[in-house]
Design a protein around this ligand. Structure first.
Ligand code: ADP
Ligand code: MG
Length: 499
């Protein structure tokens, strides 16, 4: 891989050492388990959590003479992922044997793609502090996963579970385009979002269906790329950030002490927050790659690609752009709303509920504001709470009609959250007498009383008009929080002679 520096150094990303500023360079290889009923080259099930060795065919077990047969669904998923990454799809690709021995891999080799992968260069776009950052994709190839070794069940024995052996993986290789742990976390999160929108990988890092090998090096800002270390199998976005921070600092310390970085494979230990050496880096020639003799080159035509492209769902970037233009929400709100497809659908269902189309900004404020806060407190996403799109629509409509104030909307939402989960907003407002008072006569009466009772405060506010807030507070209290704030403000100003 020829390494090209596509990024202009940004001081925001520099970290300081004793000899001046340093810049981190990060490139990732993400292994994403393909969502499919059966394995890449056998009909065995991919079901997670089955009893050990329940899903193992003769192919997966490496029985002599068994021949692999490509699973077309996995090929489709890889191509769809390539399209989602705006990448070059290669109509001809080749499977290779990557030879190494380990007990979790009975055939003694992994079937992978080496020189001719199914997908070539593409891009992932990140929003970092309101800026759009492009991370290049080098390639995506298909390969088989290995089984699992279980060491903690018996004091002197290890067990082999081959359920995962032969499951299809997509290895998605980025260019060395990331420059901070923030960007690396953003990349993992965005990639996972894209895979989930596409339905090509469930992105479940805790269960291991998405794992990242993170390559980290440091250099003087804008200088030549440094020697990298590869941190293997990181299984959470948070750990990825921690591992990068630790590793960059470790490398800077070595370099500043006059040492050199050994290119090696390291492991991150979340318990200590440190990376430690696992082995020196192996080279491609160590694997004795050769074309897989049991499989033909993988070939398909443009019509196959076009068909898949046509049925691709709307992806996060496009959805975000549409939310901004169609509903007038801020780029930030649009980004948060499109982090997962379900939240985006939930939001849109509320905007479009019934026959009316309501103010998208008002709906976004509720969903990303008080509803998100409640959802967070329950460890849920907004769409997983009991609050229905129709209830959100009802609240927004009541505010738009002037029936309740925005403060009233918050109170109403709390009623639905804590007391009446199934409640219909308009009915709750009616029954509980939560309507705001827009009856000007009634508000005037309250204001007159407060002014008459507080001559000192009147003198103060005349000298310093910003003190009007005190009167607003008193009047609100006297009206049980139901006075229309706008009307109240106008009346107060008029009566106090502040206009
Ligand atoms: P390998 O032989 O390990 O597969 P590749 O050239 O395929 O090496 O690169 C693997 C990953 O390492 C890619 O994601 C690439 O962007 C990243 N990478 C390569 N060089 C560097 C570097 N100097 N610093 C950080 N990441 C790097
Ligand atoms: Mg590689």
């Amino acid at each position: 891989m020829t390494l090209i520096d596509t990024r202009t150094p940004n001081p925001k990303n520099f970290i300081s050492g004793q000899t001046g500023d340093w810049e981190i360079v990060i490139g990732m290889e993400v292994h994403a388990q393909v969502t499919s009923q059966s394995k890449l080259f056998s009909g065995a099930s991919t079901e997670f959590g089955s009893p050990p060795n329940a899903n193992v065919s003769f192919v997966d077990a490496g029985m002599p003479g068994m021949l692999p047969v490509i699973n077309e669904e996995c090929v489709r998923q890889a191509v769809r992922t390539g399209l989602g990454l705006k990448a070059q799809i290669n109509k001809r690709s080749i499977f290779d044997r990557k030879n190494y021995f380990y007990p979790d891999q009975p055939p003694g080799y992994q079937i992978s793609q080496f020189k001719d992968p199914i997908v070539g260069e593409g891009s992932v776009f990140l929003d970092i502090d309101g800026e759009r950052v492009e991370i290049g994709i080098e390639r995506l190839h298909l390969e088989t996963d290995a089984g699992k070794l279980i060491h903690d069940q018996h004091p002197s024995m290890s067990f082999v579970d081959l359920n995962r052996a032969g499951v299809a993986l997509m290895e998605i290789v980025s260019k060395p385009d990331m420059r901070s742990s923030e960007e690396a976390k953003g990349y993992l999160s965005k990639l996972r979002t894209i895979l989930r929108y596409l339905g090509t990988c469930d992105g479940n890092m805790e269960q291991g269906s998405m794992r990242a090998d993170i390559n980290v090096s440091v250099r003087k800002p804008g200088g030549a790329f440094g020697t990298r270390c590869e941190i293997k199998n990181v299984n959470s976005i948070r750990f990825a950030g921690q591992a990068i921070e630790f590793e960059a600092r470790r490398q800077i310390d070595i370099l500043e002490d006059g040492g050199a970085i050994d290119q090696e494979t390291r492991l991150y230990d979340p318990k200590t927050g440190e990376t430690r050496s696992m082995r020196s880096k192996e080279d491609a020639q160590d694997y004795r790659y050769f074309p897989e003799p049991d499989l033909l080159p993988l070939e398909f035509d443009q019509a196959f690609i076009d068909e898949l492209a046509q049925h691709l769902p709307e992806l996060p970037d496009e959805k975000q752009a549409r939310f901004i233009s169609e509903y007038g929400v801020t780029p930030y709100d649009a980004m948060v709303l499109t982090l997962d497809r379900e939240t985006a659908d939930y939001y849109e269902a509320a905007v479009k509920f019934g026959d009316t189309k309501r103010d998208g900004k008002a709906v976004a404020n509720l969903v990303n504001g008080d509803i998100a806060a409640f959802a967070n407190s329950q460890g849920l996403s907004a769409f997983e709470t009991h609050i229905k799109p129709g209830q959100i629509a009802g609240i927004v409509d009541l505010v738009a009609a002037g029936t309740i104030s925005s403060k009233g909307a918050k109170d109403l939402l709390q009623v639905i959250i804590a007391e009446e989960p199934e409640g219909e907003p308009a009915e709750i407002v009616e029954r509980r007498g939560m309507k705001q008072v827009t009856d000007l006569g009634a508000i005037e009466k309250v204001v007159d009383e407060i002014i008459a009772a507080n001559p000192d405060q009147v003198a103060k506010v005349l000298a310093k008009p910003t003190l009007i807030g005190w009167f607003v507070g008193q009047a609100m209290k006297a009206s049980g929080g139901k006075a229309n704030p706008q009307a109240l403000n106008e009346i107060l100003k008029k009566k106090l002679g502040l206009e």
